[in-house]
Design a protein around this ligand. Structure first.
Ligand SMILES: N[C@@H](CCC(=O)N[C@@H](CS)C(=O)NCC(=O)O)C(=O)O
Length: 203
């Protein structure tokens, strides 16, 4: 078994690093800003984005797909419910919700803050993105009011996935009035293998 992860901290590849650590899987890390230009990355990801993974030679991209695959392929770790279980539907629900109702807006802001060339950035999108992301974040905050973890109230790959977006939003200053979500990010960062370092994803 061999795993290669193309990554750059603190991008969304750090989700994959965390689950690899939770699963105790050895992996080769191809890391750094030069990764984006590598033909090996282009051979995996059609847009040369991170994260990208090879598992026994097989290419996989998208952090949700990679994290879910790794949890699925190591069921003994108990980090995900099997396909067909209700808890699995809840995992899919929170991953899809995070991507469409939160992360899309965070990423659009990031693109206009520092990813796009300066002359293409449109700062006018920030407030609209923040308002949209906050609706999704408030829903998460409400869900976490009386539970510690998202699915079956025990730590799972769902928390690794969604938690990244929550830490990112906190770093962007969008969680000030969402105490349950802030407490959740602190619980995540208190876990020994968490890769969402407080010095990078701090408030
Ligand atoms: N939905 C993708 C996002 C992939 C993505 O946009 N990754 C960023 C880093 S967080 C990237 O590679 N950006 C380079 C670019 O946009 O060209 C995932 O979750 O894996």
């Amino acid at each position: 078994m061999s795993i290669t992860l193309y990554e750059l901290q603190p991008t969304r590849s750090t989700r994959v690093r965390w689950i690899l650590l939770e699963l105790g899987l050895p992996y080769e890390s191809i890391e750094g800003p030069d990764v984006f230009a590598m033909p090996e990355l282009a051979a995996i990801h059609p847009l040369s984005k991170l994260p990208a993974l090879r598992d026994d030679g097989r290419p996989l991209f998208e952090s949700a797909a990679i994290c879910t695959w790794l949890a699925d392929s190591h069921p003994e770790a108990g980090l995900i419910a099997p396909s067909g279980a209700w808890a699995r539907a809840l995992h899919d629900q929170w991953v899809a919700f995070t991507l469409s109702e939160i992360e899309a807006f965070l990423w659009h802001t990031a693109r206009n803050l520092f990813v796009l060339p300066e002359e293409e950035r449109v700062p006018a999108v920030y407030p609209q993105n923040e308002a949209a992301a906050k609706r999704g974040l408030a829903a998460l905050d409400a869900h976490l009011r009386d539970r510690e973890w998202l699915v079956e109230d025990r730590f799972s790959v769902t928390d690794i996935f969604v938690g990244y977006a929550a830490c990112w939003a906190r770093w962007l200053g969008m969680t000030a009035d969402l105490p349950h979500l802030v407490a959740y990010t602190e619980r995540l960062q208190a876990r020994p293998l968490c890769t969402y370092r407080p010095d990078v994803f701090g408030p």
